[in-house]
Design a protein around this ligand. Sequence first.
Ligand code: KG4
Ligand code: ZN
Length: 336
Amino acid sequence: MIVLGIESSCDETGVALYDTDRGLLAHEIHSQIDLHALYGGVVPELASRDHIQRLVPLTQQILHKTGLKRGQIEGIAFTSGPGLAGALMTGALMARSLAFTIGCPAIGVHHMEGHLLAPMLEPETPPFPHVCLLVSGGHTLLVRVDGIGQYRVLGESVDDAAGEAFDKTAKVLGLPYPGGPHLAKLALAGDPESVALPRPMLNRPGLDFSFSGLKTAAITELRNNPNLRKEDLAASFEAAVVDTLLAKCKRALKQEHLNALVISGGVGANARLREQANVMCNKLGGQAYYPRLEFCTDNGAMIALAGALRLAQGQSTELDLNIRPRWSLEELSAIH
Ligand code: KG4
Ligand code: ZN
């Protein structure tokens, strides 16, 4: 079954063609980073307008790349939530119109399920059950994954998401938006042990996270010590976030008696996080799994894959524009 995937929940327009027999055929991503950089964050109305302009040409581009005709698309998967309402509407509208003209089913996909399943686009796929750390600009979740659609949230951030903490700290360091990757680059030239920063909530039981205090501590250090090297603060901040994330991953793996860990979402591209997760999982006799870097951040391929698995089981959603800007992962149905 050939499925077109459409992602438009935030500031990336992603489209992909996925074949349930042959795997990923093609994908394209257009990032709106330059559009929003001027404002230091995503401007929802600008995001929606840009998605509208990009969706059709990007889809034509991947059809051209694969030599497929529009009528050969057998199903359409689009992100129906969570995300920015206006941005979600553009992808939903495109998916609905196209499905109607082609006469194929369409399905609304949960954006976080896309991130959770993204490692399945790689040759070596994670075993079930496993624990997934989903770390993006909007979410920090620890999820037990027993199968497709079988998700139990073990812990989450009570305030800022990890990516948000990276971005806000990076902004104070004078780095461009979104600051996560820029801060990580700066950290390479710094000493991660130079500034003592807290590892929040580690002395308390449970699997929830909190990053707002850590971000404030980092910003206060910078304001109080004008001579502090930015590289050192970046390295110390990155180390504190990575230590905190991995301490909770280890706790979750032990609690669930598992040793397979998936890390996905934008912050999952962080090299220090990946290196240290590999070491931790090896010590536990298990393994860490990741999507390739371009599928850590938002993309159409993960939506095409998640939707294809459901469409292939005969699932589809009604022909209306039912977007869900707020939506819990635990409401999804299992696929057997
Ligand atoms: O998954 P994503 O593309 O968007 C959301 O759904 O939120 O994640 C974007 C987030 C941003 O906060 C960005 O700064 C962060 O991921 N990010 C990183 C790195 N690459 C992207 N954070 C730390 N280190 C990186 N290498
Ligand atoms: Zn995302």
